[in-house]
Ligand binder design. Structure first.
Ligand code: ADP
Length: 649
């Protein structure tokens, strides 16, 4: 009785979803074990193992059957005959071995015989009772019994399974505690509660003025919705932050968390997608439910492309229903809450092109905030933010750092500042100096210097001429970024490198493209001129050149033969198609035009280098001597560059 009442209490509390006590799992297990034991004991005592003596047919026939002492016989499972002795005969001395306190003293069975087969037993019985009168004949009945001990071996594993299943279900229902295995239906967003001061504020975000203004407005929507609703405006539901990696999208969201003063749920898109089907959708539901409970609140989904990938675009060979149902749930949830419920969803992505169009339509993520790579002024400001905590030497020039890092993202700059401090620390300096920043910059761009890499003298000579070829070609080409230094110290995967200061431009002209291709081919052309032989060292250059030539011809419409036609597909539909969007003839023409273009550039570069062969050889020798040649030395060898150089923007 006690056990059953225990069990009731446990199920009750589970049903009501009461918070579990730490020992909850233990209690229910104990309940199961007690129940099981009770059943076992009950079974044993309700079917007591009788004190039964096994005898032979002979014994039975001569001393019992013929004496008319047998009350009845029960043949069990066609194997054993159980013999019940008449109560009055039990007092006979030969039955005295049965203790009159035995459970089966009166009821029986008292004896058992292994019968071989039922037929032979029946025959023997018939023979033995030949002379008996009808009343004296012993009644024989047949029974099939399941022996408890026979079923235990297969009952036990089954019981364990049931127990484990019950336990798992219960954990799932109540959300479980520490084991994530049982938690898969739940979302686990990081929650920044109201009033919690985040470490990041809008002051930590440099540049990005327009984006910041938009995001600040979002915060204002939540704080003072009446300003907007009284004019009949609907508060936007979703805001999508779009931009290349490292431009500060996550940082922006963290700042919102810090400044909004409302609960802030943040989760990464990839956390929705698990190997279990249906989990993603249930996590989305859970996240929105929790956010709505705490409204006004903000949900932030980082890397939303992990779930929001266009449904059509999911490759037919790796269909992912799970991702699709998660996305559908996300769309439903975005539709499901009204415009003024006080929940705003922020999402970040660097792949807006792969996102499902349904996600981006007004009414869902109706605001798009574009974050771009910072320009020179913004880079200077970002450096300003990240050097705040460094101990700087007086020679650090932030303006120069900003100017010398075109194309760098905020994350790159943060990385450079940290690397610079690490480099200075390694050199046991008291302060971080400008040269540490420059070294860190080179390292971030080109990878780690590998001075210890062993290169043969011959190879070094090839590398020196290769790099000198790039340098001389680019020096004399009008539309190539200005060269800052050339080095033949192995760095990362490359054996040598030429450092340029890229201009910040939004569009590239045909002449610029062509000059860039020529400069990239300078290395290989120099090898051919000097050694009359080419090497595999130009792989990276050739790859870059070929890609660039193809984009010029097939995408940008910069080829005269093909004309202003572009096969670029911003919707990404073509990616899924097996064929190309143009005919065989056009494919051939594209290939020929690309080949002509690259060959033309190569010949032009070779001609240019032949004209300046002496400079090429001089620079190569200087490189072999000094390993790094800076701009001053370059000017000494090749003269000042003819074109006006643009510094930064
Ligand atoms: P993503 O756009 O990929 O989400 P993050 O927001 O994670 O980029 O940026 C990574 C790091 O780069 C930030 O933690 C921050 O240190 C730095 N960063 C990026 N943009 C800026 C910025 N505008 N101002 C200051 N730091 C920035």
């Amino acid at each position: 009785m006690k056990q059953s009442s225990d069990k009731k209490t446990n199920t009750d509390s589970a049903k009501k979803g009461k918070p579990k006590q730490p020992g909850g799992g233990y209690n229910i297990n104990l309940g199961y074990i007690l129940l099981f034991t009770t059943l076992l004991l009950f079974y044993i005592f309700s079917n007591p193992v009788a004190v039964t003596k096994e005898i032979t047919w002979q014994e039975f026939e001569t001393s019992m059957l013929s004496q008319h002492e047998v009350a009845k016989i029960v043949v069990v499972n066609k194997e054993v005959a159980e013999i019940y002795i008449k109560e009055e005969s039990l007092t006979d001395s030969k039955h005295q071995w049965i203790n009159d306190k035995a459970i089966n003293y009166k009821t029986g069975p008292h004896y058992a015989i292994q019968i071989g087969s039922v037929e032979s037993f029946e025959n023997k019985m018939a023979m033995a009772q030949q002379d008996f009168s009808t009343e004296d004949k012993v009644e024989v009945s047949y029974q099939n019994r399941i022996d408890f001990w026979n079923i235990v071996p297969w009952l036990l594993p089954l019981l364990f399974l049931v127990l484990f299943w019950g336990f798992t279900l219960r954990r799932m229902r109540t959300g479980g505690t520490s084991n994530p295995l049982f938690n898969f239906g739940k979302s686990s967003p990081q929650l920044t509660e109201k009033g919690h001061k985040s470490k990041v504020s809008f002051d930590d975000i440099a540049g990005l003025k327009e984006a910041k203004a938009e995001v600040i407005e979002v915060v204002d929507f939540l704080k003072h919705p009446e300003h907007y609703t009284k004019l009949g405006a609907k508060i936007p539901k979703g805001v999508m932050l779009v931009g290349p990696p490292g431009t500060g999208k996550t940082l922006m969201a963290k700042a919102v968390a810090g400044e909004a003063g409302v609960p802030f749920f943040s989760m990464s898109g990839s956390e929705f997608v698990e190997m279990f089907v249906g989990v993603g959708a249930s996590r989305v539901r859970d996240l929105f439910r929790r956010a709505k409970e705490k409204a006004p609140s903000i949900i932030f989904i980082d890397e939303i492309d992990a779930v929001g990938r266009s449904r059509g675009k999911i490759n037919a060979f790796q269909a992912n229903d799970e991702r699709e149902s998660t996305l559908n749930q996300l769309l439903t949830e975005l539709d499901g809450f009204g415009p003024n419920t006080g929940v705003i969803v922020l999402a970040a992505t660097n792949r807006p092109d792969v996102l499902d169009k349904a996600l981006l339509r007004p009414g869902r993520f109706d605001r798009h905030i574009y974050l771009e790579l910072p320009n020179k002024q913004e880079r200077i400001e970002i450096f300003g933010v990240h050097i705040r905590d460094l101990k700087l030497s007086k020679n650090v020039n932030v303006q120069e750092l900003g100017a010398l890092s075109p194309g760098f993202s905020g994350a790159d700059i943060a990385n450079i500042c940290n690397e610079a401090a690490l480099i200075a620390a390694r050199k046991k300096k008291e302060e971080v100096e400008q040269e540490d920043f420059m070294e860190a910059r080179d390292r971030v761009v080109g990878g780690l210097e590998r001075k210890s890499k062993i290169i043969s003298a011959k190879e070094k000579e090839i590398v020196a001429h290769h790099e000198a070829g790039h340098a001389v070609a680019s020096w004399h080409l009008k539309n190539v970024d200005s060269l800052v230094k050339v080095s033949i110290i192995p760095r990362g995967k490359s054996l040598g490198s030429a450092w340029y200061l890229p201009e910040e431009r939004q569009i590239v002209t045909r002449a610029q493209f062509v000059d860039q291709i020529c400069a990239s081919l300078g290395g290989r052309a120099a090898e051919e001129i000097i050694f009359n032989e080419v090497s595999s060292g130009a792989l990276d250059d050739l790859e870059k050149v070929t890609k660039q030539a193809y984009t010029m011809v097939a995408y940008y419409g910069l080829d005269k033969e093909i004309g202003p036609i572009s096969y670029y597909d911003s919707t990404g539909q073509n990616e899924r198609m097996f064929g190309k969007p143009y005919s065989e003839n056009m494919a051939k023409l594209i290939d020929t035009e690309v080949q002509d273009l690259v060959h033309g550039c190569y010949n032009r570069t070779k001609k240019l280098l032949l004209e300046h062969r002496s400079e090429l050889e001089e620079l190569a020798q200087l490189l072999l001597k000094k390993e790094i040649v800076e701009k001053d030395d370059l000017e000494k060898i090749m003269g000042k560059r003819a074109i006006a150089e643009l510094e930064g923007d």
